[in-house]
Design a protein around this ligand. Sequence first.
Ligand code: AMP
Length: 184
Amino acid sequence: MQELNSADREYLLNTIRNIPDFPKPGIEFKDITTLLNNKKAFKFLLDHLEARYKPYNLDFIAGIDSRGFIFGAPLADRLGIGFVPIRKQGKLPYTTIGEKYALEYGFDEIEVHIDAFKCQKASADVLLIDDLIATGGTAKAAANLVNQAGANCVEACFLINLTFLEGDKELKEKTTVYSVLEIN
Ligand code: AMP
């Protein structure tokens, strides 16, 4: 399974901008727009993900609303497979399956179309993708949704894992987890 060496990880990490106290005091926001507008870095990341996931023979990539779409859709195109958006509640127009997850205050909900992972096989092999895993609540709900929609979540992939929050701990009980970059 392909992973980046430390020099390549350092290179990508340095293309991501840190914004202190956004969106609220105490949070250091990982601003990936500086990776996206750097054509060399964006291509480098997609080349890496393509090389890693080509041997997986996936059927779909499911991207989490909304930054998971930015990486998931071009990767699906490179792998020659379909892309499925997992969206915030109320955005998808056809029949959906939903999954609620806890926030600091209250709940949020994500949804997927009921027939999103239909393919020739009984159960589609799906890679879940998002830009960042923090507490892991969103990703866990998304992995549950993939399974509820009748597909198999082969792996969950993140550009960044804020490892000090241990958000991947429970997710690892459901699927394997790969993070391109880990921030301690
Ligand atoms: P969580 O459910 O706590 O794992 O939060 C993950 C989602 O929140 C991802 O979709 C991220 O885009 C976003 N997110 C959480 N924390 C940060 C952060 N420090 N910097 C940038 N995005 C974040």
